[in-house]
Design a binder for this molecule. Structure first.
Ligand SMILES: [Zn+2]
Length: 238
């Protein structure tokens, strides 16, 4: 893990869908929460398209997924969960989205922001990344620079009393080029428990659990701990 200075206590996790934070970073989130950091989730869409059940409606699915996300976050020790209510499957890195994320960065004043790596188009020969994930990553990075720290960007936020804020560290999830690894030995079981809360999304559970454990072991190769989550990492300010 990067040598994170003490005192970086506030963390904002910005993700496209309910369950993205758990898949990408629940072990790290749980570890930070145990260390006393205040972790807040900002979930951009309602995840209201993630079902092929003909009896399911988008409205009902949104309610289910909100509840699942809150339950998973509670397992990990996350302090607050906020939803922006964008439609699942059509997220775009618009100025409106950037302004909304900037507003939440200025409101919650995080030292650390976590978001998806927007440069991940695919991985290997079996995985094409969801466009919502890329949009969430793009909008969040743009909200950090030049959004949250630049006074005259989004002057309407100044009118709301939201002053500029400097984010110090960024952790990008799902990166093809991870360069920082967090030891999740003590929290991988919590990650599994949190993922289990996403009941509407997880079908064959035992297979998925095995995949998650194998991936965490793969990610730790070359580290001096057995299981890890990997991130593309930035330290913007000391
Ligand atoms: Zn997702």
């Amino acid at each position: 893990m990067p040598d994170t200075p003490n005192g970086l206590n506030r963390v904002l996790v910005v993700m496209a869908h309910p369950d993205d934070a758990e898949f990408g970073a629940a072990g790290t989130v749980a570890r930070w929460a145990k260390e006393g950091r205040q972790v807040t989730y900002l979930i951009l869409t309602d995840g209201n398209r993630g079902s092929s059940d003909p009896a399911m409606t988008a409205e009902r699915l949104a309610q289910i997924r909100h509840a699942e996300q809150r339950a998973a976050a509670m397992k990990l020790g996350v302090k607050d969960v906020f939803f922006l209510g964008y439609d699942d499957g059509s997220l775009q890195p618009t100025l409106d989205l950037r302004r909304q994320i900037t507003r939440w960065i200025r409101r919650t004043k995080p030292d650390v922001v976590m978001a998806p790596d927007p440069t991940r188009r695919w991985t290997g020969q079996r995985y094409i990344n969801h466009p919502d994930h890329r949009a969430a990553g793009d909008a969040t990075l743009d909200a950090i620079i030049p959004g949250s720290d630049t006074r005259l960007v989004f002057p309407e936020l100044l009118d709301e009393g939201l002053e500029p804020h400097q984010v110090r560290e960024i952790y990008l999830t799902g990166s093809n080029e991870p360069d920082a690894w967090v030891d999740i030995s003590d929290t991988i079981d919590l990650k599994i428990e949190a993922l289990r809360e996403h009941k509407s999304q997880v079908g064959e559970w035992s297979e998925l659990e095995q995949t998650i454990r194998e991936r965490a072991a793969d990610m730790a190769k070359g580290q001096d701990f057995p299981v890890a989550e990997g991130f593309k990492y930035f330290r913007l300010h000391e």
